[in-house]
Design a protein around this ligand. Structure first.
Ligand code: RUB
Length: 306
């Protein structure tokens, strides 16, 4: 589900759809978040700036913790608030928010296109590419390579517990891209057939660590051991400025019922972390719309925004 499908939904509907993962994937979450903020100004009829500011902040606060790991959402929401504090009246505030919205959506979609091209060019004829979970940005690069006429194959991990790998497998097979679905625990066994790993990211920390779907760090470790290049595809708004100043990325802990029926395990504690952090040491490069960087270059991307 992406922004164009959000017509008729109110802010609470959007927040709930993000929480329940009907809207999912860091890029789509960010675009849905900014759309919710746009709705605030579209629906606001008063001419009281203070009241509009309160409504905007209320919306931001409702959304920000729906998926706490994805800094794309936080950065998108911040983008929407640019310039509103010194706007002289509600009309000016609304204009700025609307402008911010158009710019963010354009930036997000253009970044996806650029990363697809840069990433697609680095996939070689005959490559077997392994991907984890369902990243629209990593898949963009894979599809670009295929559309360029390269005969490639994809191995998609199931990505327990929510099985986003099914979405990946179906999405690729619909485009006739040869794809093999495997369970997450088959990654090491299969890695000897793999030429490259391509994944997305929810957040990139200032030290180059990549926070993505749980299991990504195990995939990276296997790739590293097998000398298989590990590539991350992420727009610049997934880089976390806050991590440069000491903040830690919060790893979302989701409901145990996504894994098992807790009633069947009365005396067992069930833990369901949705994301993990892959250290920079296991990442060969990060493809952004600003260019391809080594993970050590993450701070430079953040610095440009500071
Ligand atoms: C999705 C996930 C994706 C990133 C990047 O997790 O981990 O790899 O969000 O996605 P979830 P994209 O299904 O829990 O949201 O490249 O589409 O932004």
């Amino acid at each position: 589900m992406d922004v164009e499908e959000l017509k008729g939904l109110d802010i609470e509907d959007i927040a709930e759809k993000i929480e329940t993962m009907e809207i999912r994937g860091a890029a789509k979450i960010a675009r849905a978040g900014v759309k919710a903020v746009l709705k605030v100004v579209e629906e606001f009829e008063d001419d009281d700036e203070e009241a509009l500011l309160v409504e905007l902040k209320k919306c931001r606060d409702r959304l920000i913790n729906t998926r706490p790991t994805a800094v794309s959402l936080e950065n998108g929401l911040k983008y929407m608030m640019k310039g509103i504090d010194d706007a002289e009246n509600t009309e000016e505030m609304k204009k700025r928010v609307k402008n911010n919205y158009s710019q963010f959506i354009e930036l997000s979609l253009k970044a996806k296109e650029d990363i697809a091209e840069y990433g697609g060019k680095r996939i070689n004829e005959g490559d077997v590419v392994l991907t984890h979970c369902n990243s629209s940005i990593a898949l963009g690069a894979i599809k670009y390579a295929w559309e360029e006429g390269k005969n490639i194959e994809v191995i998609a991990t199931e990505s327990r517990p929510k099985k986003q790998g099914y979405i990946t497998a179906k999405e690729l097979s619909q485009e006739d891209i040869p794809v093999t679905l495997i369970v997450d625990s088959a990654v090491r066994h299969k890695m000897k057939q793999v030429d490259q790993v391509y994944v997305g990211a929810d957040t990139i920390a200032s030290n180059g660590a990549v926070i993505n779907k749980i299991g990504t760090s195990q995939v990276a470790l296997c790739a590293h051991e097998c000398r298989v290049p590990f590539t991350v595809c992420a727009e610049s708004y997934k880089f976390s400025r806050e991590t440069a100043f000491g903040d830690l990325v919060q790893i979302e802990e989701r409901d145990p019922s996504e894994i098992v029926d807790p009633k069947d395990f009365c005396d067992v504690k069930i833990s369901n972390p949705a994301f993990d952090a892959t250290p920079a040491d296991y990442v060969d490069c990060i493809i952004t719309e600003k260019g391809i960087i080594s993970p050590e270059g993450a701070y430079r991307i953040i610095e440009e925004r500071i």
